[in-house]
Ligand binder design. Structure first.
Ligand code: NAD
Length: 256
């Protein structure tokens, strides 16, 4: 049974890693996907890769569309929601914010610019998209599910990631507050905390560090983007209809 038949979903950071896997999973559940990325060409490539229910592998199916936007810019984030609504004649009922960056440096050396950029994309970007999406849903009287990608690092911190950890902890608080405020409008808000997932973001880490972290994972291996996408699909669907304000860890047991 397709759990998201006829749902319109907006995914940011859709051009790579977890965002791309989320797009594929939601499309596989019958959703129409609006794939947004800072890198417009990467978002278009994701749409090319999307299948749908019953489609040949790799064949685009359904009404999916790509959008380019920098979610850290208020004007761009608002315009994104307007463009998606204009394109599909309704607001997205599933909104997944995957756009995120790292700019690692130890606290003693971290520049103001590295701090500001990570907070701008990872935290302000999610605020802007969540707010614009919620405004569109409330004003049209529609229910929805908003899913924000945080990180286990937002809960436990990580060496060299003061900016990233702060942004991801912020996402948890923002999402819990949104859940409190929007529940009465039929809008659920949850965050997902991935652990160590094999994507371009983690590919650039030195092998020695990868081996060390992998050694700490009870399940003994890194996660795949699809492991995160499976949980996002659950949170997007009515199978999680009474779950809001949750922070779901997808870590293979890394940190309990
Ligand atoms: P990734 O680098 O593969 O993909 C991130 C995507 O976000 C890229 O396509 C990039 O172009 C896009 N993006 C960056 N800045 C943007 C902006 N300002 N506006 C719009 N799009 C922008 O990374 P990933 O590993 O797939 O990570 C996806 C999310 O999951 C991020 O929020 C990341 O922090 C989080 N996460 C990843 C891991 C992991 O181990 N990979 C762990 C925990 C959390």
């Amino acid at each position: 049974q397709l759990r998201l038949r006829s749902a319109l979903s907006l995914v940011t950071g859709a051009g790579s890693g977890i965002g791309r896997a989320v797009c594929a999973r939601l499309a596989g559940e019958g959703a129409t996907v609006a794939a947004c990325d800072l890198d417009g060409a990467a978002a278009r490539e994701t749409v090319q890769l999307l299948g749908g229910p019953g489609s040949e592998e790799g064949a685009p199916r359904g009404n999916h569309a790509a959008f380019q936007a920098d979610v850290s810019e208020a004007r761009a984030a608002r315009s994104l929601l307007q463009q998606v609504q204009a394109c599909f004649s309704r607001p997205p009922s599933v909104v997944v914010s995957c756009a995120g960056i790292t700019r690692d440096e130890f606290l003693l050396q971290m520049s103001e610019d590295d701090w500001d950029r990570v907070i701008a994309v990872n935290l302000k970007g999610i605020f802007l998209v969540t707010q614009a999406a919620a405004q569109a849903l409330v004003s049209s009287g529609s229910h929805g599910s908003i899913i924000n990608i945080s990180s286990i690092v937002g809960k436990v911190g990580n060496m060299g990631q003061a900016n990233y950890a702060a942004s991801k902890a912020g996402v948890i608080g923002l999402t819990q507050t949104a859940a409190r405020e929007l529940g009465r409008h039929g809008i659920r808000c949850n965050s997902v905390l991935p652990g160590f997932i094999a994507t371009p973001m983690t590919q650039k880490m030195p092998q020695k560090v990868k081996d060390k972290v992998t050694g700490m994972i009870p399940m003994g291996h890194m996660g795949n983007p699809e492991d995160v996408a499976d949980v996002v699909a659950f949170l997007a669907s009515e199978d999680s209809g009474y779950i809001t304000g949750a922070s779901v860890e997808v870590t293979g047991g890394l940190f309990m």
